[in-house]
Design a protein around this ligand. Structure first.
Ligand code: HMG
Length: 396
């Protein structure tokens, strides 16, 4: 049985910071953030937004795009590393906000940025095995990426969610069964202790860990695909490569590494063709942890000028700590038109720029949000309002 993505949905905060402006405020040359890291804008969530509200908004877009009702969903998993509770999963809040059926399997997965991929691959097997019995799985990757004001990681923050509707009727991508290569290794490259809202990171070491994992997963994929041999670079078997994007430059480093492994003497030459379109949206949002690779996938389908129908896309998901997977999927007819119709570029254009003092005030306010007394907040859609009797309260 086929399994894949029937639709997707994206949620980003309505506000962002221009990285050139952040660089000037930090006494850094703007070229370092914009060209050196490859990020133009960084999404900054308002105080009434959290991992739950972003997840619910993304899910609503994915469900509406597919005409999917609450009763159609048989499994809801949220992959996140910035959950709002040590016990109750983000997915339960989302189930409530979306009014999903009580006959739904609902849970959360965590493994840094890989958590959503773990859930996606599991859902794929659930569909293929027949256990889904025609139901769909809603997999949501939702995070608020924080390293803190003034740290080297600051320009690589971001926030957002990507919802993936998985079923036996893939209208966007059909994933290739058995064609996955995993790589896992216990490393301390990036972590977030229980007492902290901000991630701790050994930045340059994390880049090396990412590249080591990419090499391991890419080799494992090649063995699993059992299609060794053939002319030219192995990665030319893909019409596009989508890498986990903590920042755009990391994708360039990743691609250079893959092409070097392929024996390509000019490893950068294929970058614009194979990777460029996947970075258009991420460069406007920043790192969204679990959702980063899927935002890059949405960017590819929305922004590529090449006709991709029937072509294979390679995907590389990396989660610090670490676990990584290289897998592949085939683009379905009209997938590009369907994703374009979501108007994602327009969605990003409509956001409002924050001044650096506004951004810093939001960062400080987030520290105290988890036990803020609940109050009515103006606005539309899903909003976090604070807590009452230690319970998080959301406006629908
Ligand atoms: P840094 O030390 O401040 O920056 O931190 P740098 O000195 O390495 O410079 C960055 C780049 O800018 C360099 O390019 C410079 O040459 C260039 P590169 O050598 O890398 O090609 N540069 C300039 N370019 C143009 N004009 C200029 C200029 N000046 C310098 N004027 C670092 C950079 C990424 C380490 C930091 O931001 C950080 O720690 N970020 C967070 C960690 C991270 O994102 N790691 C990525 C791999 S791990 C991962 O992806 C997992 C993750 O998503 C978490 C999860 O799994 O949950 C993070």
């Amino acid at each position: 049985m086929q399994a894949g993505l029937e639709s997707l949905g994206i949620a980003v905060p309505p506000t962002y910071v221009e990285l050139a402006e952040l660089a000037r405020a930090r006494g850094v040359a703007p070229g370092k953030y914009v060209d050196g890291l490859g990020v133009t804008r960084m999404a900054v969530p308002l105080v009434e937004e959290d991992t739950v509200t972003l997840a619910a908004r993304a899910a609503r877009m994915a469900m509406e795009a597919a005409g999917c009702t609450a009763e159609d969903v048989g499994m809801l998993v949220v992959g996140t590393e910035t959950a709002v509770d040590h016990s109750k999963p983000v997915s339960s809040y989302v189930q409530g906000l979306l009014g999903l059926s009580t006959r739904c399997r609902v849970f959360e997965t965590k493994h840094a940025c890989y958590g959503g991929t773990a859930a996606l691959l599991l859902a794929m097997d659930w569909v293929r095995s027949g256990s889904a019995k025609g139901k769909k799985a809603l997999i949501i990757c939702s995070d608020i990426a924080r390293y803190g004001v003034g740290t080297p990681g600051e320009p690589t923050q971001g926030a957002g969610a990507v919802a993936l509707l998985v079923s036996d009727k893939p209208k966007l991508l059909a994933f290739e069964a058995g064609k996955t290569g995993a790589y896992a290794k216990d490393v301390m490259d990036f972590w977030r202790p229980l007492y902290s809202k901000d991630a701790v990171v050994d930045g340059h070491y994390s880049v090396q860990c990412y590249l080591d994992a990419l090499e391991g997963a890419y080799r494992a994929y090649q063995e699993a695909a059992e299609d060794a041999g053939g002319e030219g670079a192995y990665s030319d078997r893909f019409a596009a490569l989508v890498y986990h994007v903590p920042y755009g430059k990391m994708s360039r480093k990743a691609h250079r590494h893959v092409r070097t492994l392929d024996g390509d003497k000019e490893p950068d030459a294929s970058f614009d063709r194979l990777v460029g379109p996947s970075l258009v949206l991420p460069s406007q949002v920043g790192n969204i942890y679990t959702g980063s690779m899927y935002l890059a996938l949405a960017s590819l389908l929305s922004c590529s000028r090449e006709e991709l129908t029937g072509k294979r896309v390679g995907l590389f998901s990396y989660g610090s700590g670490s676990c990584a997977e290289f897998f592949s999927a085939v683009v379905q007819p009209e997938a590009q038109a369907r994703v374009k119709a979501l108007g994602l570029e327009n969605l990003l254009e409509k956001r409002r720029a924050l001044s650096i003092p506004e951004y810093e005030a939001i960062m400080a306010a987030r520290e105290k949000l988890d036990d803020k007394p609940a109050e009515e907040t103006p606005g539309e859609g899903f909003r976090y309002q604070g807590t009452r009797d230690h319970k998080r309260i959301y406006a629908r």
